[in-house]
Design a protein around this ligand. Structure first.
Ligand code: NAD
Ligand code: UPG
Length: 324
């Protein structure tokens, strides 16, 4: 089997590439290296191409016969999407349409798509399952929901088989130390915390402590990046036996507030983490926690890192000695 990984030089994509290659699948990475890293591509060839340049996509898809595509490319900062919506719709919707067009032209009929908890908006119940209404509150989430709708239409019109995996908060790193999270600029809580402990950045901020939550800070469902990677492998198997457009929520089913993550990180590092409370970040929902019962039942997905400490430990190991 041969799979094209669009965005495979990025954080989550690189972990998927490693897992698939370990399963004997031939992986090729397509990436424009806008936020990804050449050094993260270690288990297959890298082709530099851009989803916003259809000619470059056609070149990649005509050079090999791929059985499936996995699509990780996106602009994905919630706050930035609010101030630069055109950039987000162009990158996430137009970019995906270009990829889908090229796949259709070259008869590739299976896609795994990186969707997000941000498609739901502010939750109406404690655990968000796939029946929960989708009312995204920022352009990032809206752009991902638009792609999910496009995939449903593509299933009907062109028999495209697809799986949209709605990751909740990806975190952690591969225990090998070869790959991990490295975003520039870094906006995510966990890397910011560790970089602050290591003295690589100053002024860690807790973005809002007046949310309607148990301690006033936002609650998120952190899920290990290798558990997400495993869901991609299982999505490939699912598409072999199922038609249509599948959608699965991926999280651990437990939420941690920003303050709780800080306390757990102090345990893991054995150090005190200094922070100050700042204003809320635009576009942040108060609580996002997944029910992943459907993924467990239909994909056979079983996270190996159900607790926050295990996730934080692998992230801490990476940040102390990052390979890139
Ligand atoms: N990190 C999370 O917590 C999280 C949560 C939910 C969903 N997601 C989604 O998962 C996906 C991967 O996230 P990540 O954190 O690994 O991001 P990332 O920025 O590390 O990886 C994205 C990769 O895509 C590449 N890319 C971007 N635009 C491209 C284009 N036009 N053409 C070619 N390559 C392009 C980048 O260079 C990068 O290598 C994204 O779609 C994101 O929206 C991430
Ligand atoms: O320096 C920081 C960074 C973040 N936060 C807060 O920590 C929480 C988590 O933030 P972050 O790590 O930036 O993740 P999210 O904004 O929740 O977004 C991630 O998780 C979403 C799904 O839940 C995905 O859609 C996004 O792509 C992914 O970046 C939020 O409440 C932030 O306000 C801080 O307090 N200080």
């Amino acid at each position: 089997m041969k799979v094209l990984i669009a965005g495979g030089a990025g954080y989550i994509g690189a972990h998927v590439v490693k897992l698939l290659a370990g399963e004997g699948i031939e992986v090729h990475v397509l990436d424009n290296l806008s936020t990804g890293h050449r050094q993260a591509v270690q288990w297959g060839p890298l082709v530099e191409a851009d989803l916003l340049q259809p000619d470059s996509l056609n070149r990649v898809l005509s050079s090999n016969r791929f059985d499936a595509v996995m699509h990780f490319c996106a602009r994905s900062l919630v706050g930035e999407s609010v101030t630069a919506p055109y950039d987000y719709y162009r990158a996430n919707v137009t970019g995906t349409l270009n990829l889908l067009d090229a796949m259709r032209r070259h008869d590739v009929d299976k896609l795994v798509f990186s969707s997000t908890a941000a498609v739901f908006g502010n939750p109406e119940r404690d655990l968000i399952d796939e029946t929960h209404p989708c009312r995204p509150i920022n352009p990032y989430g809206k752009s991902k929901l638009m792609v999910e709708s496009i995939l449903e239409d593509a299933a009907r019109a062109y028999q495209l088989r697809s799986v949209a995996l709605r990751y909740f908060n990806a975190a952690g790193a591969d225990p090998s130390g070869c790959i991990g999270e490295s975003h520039h600029p870094e906006t995510h809580l966990i890397p910011n915390m560790f970089r602050s402990v290591l003295g690589q950045r100053s002024g860690l901020k807790v973005l809002g402590d007046d949310y309607p939550t148990r301690d006033g800070t936002c609650i998120r469902d952190y899920v290990h990046v290798n558990d997400l990677a495993d869901a991609h492998l299982k999505a490939l198997h699912w598409m072999a036996h199922n038609e249509g457009a599948g959608r699965f929520n991926l999280g651990n089913g437990g939420g941690f507030s920003v303050r709780e993550v800080l306390a757990a990180a102090e345990q893991v590092t054995g150090r005190k983490i200094a922070y100050e409370v700042a204003a809320r970040r635009t576009g942040d929902p108060a609580v996002l926690v997944a029910s992943s019962d459907k993924a467990r039942a239909e994909l056979g997905w079983q996270p190996r890192y159900p607790g926050i400490e295990g996730i934080l430990s692998t992230a801490w190991a990476w940040h102390q000695n990052p390979a890139y």
